[in-house]
Design a protein around this ligand. Structure first.
Ligand code: FPP
Length: 241
């Protein structure tokens, strides 16, 4: 067990691009979905590590607006995995006081999955431990476009003065409106790109790109990265004191 760091040193909000499930499975001569199932099992360990690390918000990228381009078998398998995950994990998440939210464009998801998502949000809405946000059918550009539609409607309806729009306005229309910006964004599997994840929100985030494939990622590596973050000098465009 690694010693918890002082909460003020650590990131409040960690966001993770869980990449490498397919390669992990291929390395073992198994179908890609085997990797996704192994990846889903790692989520609990990482969520459980958060309280000791002082991480109050954890946001994970489960399915992007671009992932529909994968084979029908993989997409259907992932959707079925999400349904099973929610059904199976609801009790444990609630018992661990985890508040779950989903971000992303819901209408394209099937009705059964949407209902499970709504129910999980409702069942955990009184939990005040870790805030787990699952990005499902999420794309940063899509989110900004949808937010802009809502904002434009408010302008049209006379609820918003165009001259009053500033940097504080758009975030109120984003899916993440109740969340703080991520402090630390982690991507597994050795790829160094952000793939349309939390584009607006990550403007000043620190990034960690690690070689580990997501199904091999766990509490120990999360702890190491959170500790490393505590040593960084975040300036938000200013000069170091
Ligand atoms: C990227 O790996 C991973 C995904 C597209 C799916 C992420 C889903 C999970 C980790 C499992 C389920 C999560 C929850 C919340 C139940 P990849 O397939 O792109 O891997 P590759 O780059 O090696 O092909």
């Amino acid at each position: 067990m690694v010693k918890p760091i002082r909460q003020t040193d650590g990131p409040d909000h960690v966001a993770i691009i869980m990449d490498g499930n397919g390669r992990w499975a291929t390395q073992r001569g198994r179908p890609r979905l085997f990797g996704h199932h192994a990846g889903a099992k790692r989520v609990r360990e990482v969520v459980e590590a958060c309280p000791d690390l002082g991480v109050k918000y954890l946001t994970i990228f489960a399915f992007s607006t671009e992932n529909w381009k994968r084979t029908q078998v993989e997409v259907a398998g992932l959707m079925s995995l999400f349904r099973r995950y929610i059904t199976k994990e609801t009790r444990a998440l609630k018992a661990e006081n985890v508040r779950v939210r989903f971000i992303g464009d819901r209408p394209r998801l099937d009705a059964k999955l949407r209902k499970l998502m709504d129910d999980l949000e409702e069942h955990t809405c009184h939990c005040d431990g870790v805030n787990l946000t699952i990005a499902l059918n999420y794309g940063g550009r899509d989110e900004v476009a949808r937010a802009t539609q809502r904002l434009a409607r408010d302008v049209r309806d006379g609820k918003l003065d165009p001259e009053s729009i500033d940097e504080e306005t758009l975030p109120r229309y984003l899916d993440t409106c109740v969340l703080p910006d991520p402090d630390l964004v982690i991507r597994t599997s050795g790829e160094a790109r952000i793939s349309n994840f939390l584009l607006w929100q990550s403007a000043y985030a620190e990034y960690e790109f690690v070689e580990t494939l997501w199904p091999d990622f766990g509490a120990e590596e999360m702890t190491r990265l959170v500790h490393a973050y505590g040593k960084r000098d975040r300036r938000f465009g200013a000069v170091a004191q």
